[in-house]
Design a binder for this molecule. Structure first.
Ligand code: SF4
Ligand code: SF4
Length: 252
C-alpha cells in the first residue's frame, strides 16, 4: 500500500476523540492511541476457541475473505488512573471513563471502518459483547490485541502494551494488505519474566491474581458492589492503576 495505514488509523481515532470531546464539552480522558495489525488467517485465532470459548469468532466469520485484523488501544489518562488508586470501590472518575469509553466504542469502530472503506477496502466491526450467562465474549478484544502484536499478558490478565495496560482495546476486521505485527517475544510482566514485582497480586483484595493463575470468576464477583453503585457497570481495575505496568512496558 502506498500510504501509512497505521498513521492514518491513529489520526482517525484521534480525530474522532477530539471531536467527541469538543462536541460534548468534555475534558479528554484518553491518551495517545496505539494501532496493531494481526494476520486474520493466523492459527492463533482458531486457538481462541480453546483458550476463550468454543464459539469464539474467527475473522472470517466477521468478514469473509478477511486478511488483517486492526486492533487499537485507548489508554486512559494518568489523572483517571490516579483517581482509582485508593479505596475498595472504583472511583467515580474511573467508572465514568469506563462507561464513556463503552458508550463511544461502536461509533468509533464504525468511523475506523468507514475510513478504511474510503480507500476501497472492506471492513466490519465485530460484536465484542459478552456471551449471555458467561463472562467471556465471542470476540475477546484483549486476546485479539495479543495476536495483533499489541502486547504480552500480565498476571492480572491484562495485556501490557508499549504504553502500559490502563486502557481499553477494540478492533475492526478488514481485507487491508498490510504486514502483521509480530507478537512481542519478551515477557513484559516482571512476574512472568523473572518472578519479581507481583504488586497487582498484593493489590487485589479478593485474591483473583495468584502465581498459579487468574480467577476470572472471583474477579467478576468482586464487581457486584460496583454494579450496585454504578448502574450495573462492572468496574474495579485496582490491579491496573498505580502499577509499574500501568503506563509503560516494565521490560524496557
Ligand atoms: S503489576 Fe507487576 S506483576 Fe502485575 S502485571 Fe504488572 S508487571 Fe506483572
Ligand atoms: S479487577 Fe479488581 S477484582 Fe479483578 S483482578 Fe483486578 S483488582 Fe482483582
Amino acid at each position: 500500500m502506498d500510504f501509512d495505514v497505521r498513521e492514518m488509523l491513529v489520526e482517525t481515532i484521534e480525530r474522532y476523540l477530539d471531536r467527541f470531546c469538543r462536541d460534548n464539552e468534555l475534558d479528554p480522558v484518553w491518551g495517545e492511541p496505539i494501532v496493531g495489525f494481526g494476520d486474520a488467517r493466523s492459527p492463533r485465532f482458531q486457538e481462541l476457541r480453546t483458550v476463550v470459548h468454543p464459539e469464539h469468532y474467527l475473522p472470517e466469520d466477521i468478514l469473509p475473505g478477511a486478511t488483517t485484523v486492526v486492533s487499537y488501544y485507548l489508554p486512559f489518562t494518568k489523572d483517571v488512573a490516579r483517581s482509582n488508586i485508593s479505596g475498595d470501590l472504583a472511583s467515580p472518575e474511573f467508572a465514568y471513563t469506563v462507561a464513556l469509553t463503552n458508550s463511544i466504542a461502536m461509533e468509533l469502530a464504525d468511523e475506523v471502518a468507514t475510513d478504511i472503506r474510503a480507500y476501497d477496502y472492506e471492513a466490519e466491526v465485530p460484536d465484542g459483547s459478552r456471551i449471555e450467562g458467561d463472562i467471556v465474549s465471542r470476540w475477546s478484544q484483549r486476546h485479539v490485541a495479543h495476536i495483533c502484536g499489541m502486547g504480552t499478558w500480565g498476571i492480572n490478565n491484562m495485556l501490557i502494551t508499549s504504553s502500559g495496560s490502563c486502557g481499553r482495546f477494540f478492533s475492526v476486521v478488514t481485507n487491508l494488505d498490510v504486514e502483521p505485527d509480530p507478537v512481542p517475544e519478551v515477557e513484559r510482566c516482571s512476574f512472568r519474566r523473572d518472578g519479581s514485582c507481583g504488586v497487582c497480586m498484593q493489590k487485589c483484595r479478593v485474591h483473583a491474581i495468584t502465581p498459579g493463575g487468574f480467577d476470572r470468576w472471583a474477579c467478576d464477583r468482586n464487581g457486584d458492589a460496583a454494579r450496585a453503585r454504578y448502574g450495573g457497570l462492572n468496574v474495579c481495575s485496582k490491579c491496573i492503576v498505580g502499577m509499574p505496568c500501568s503506563f509503560r512496558d516494565p521490560s524496557r
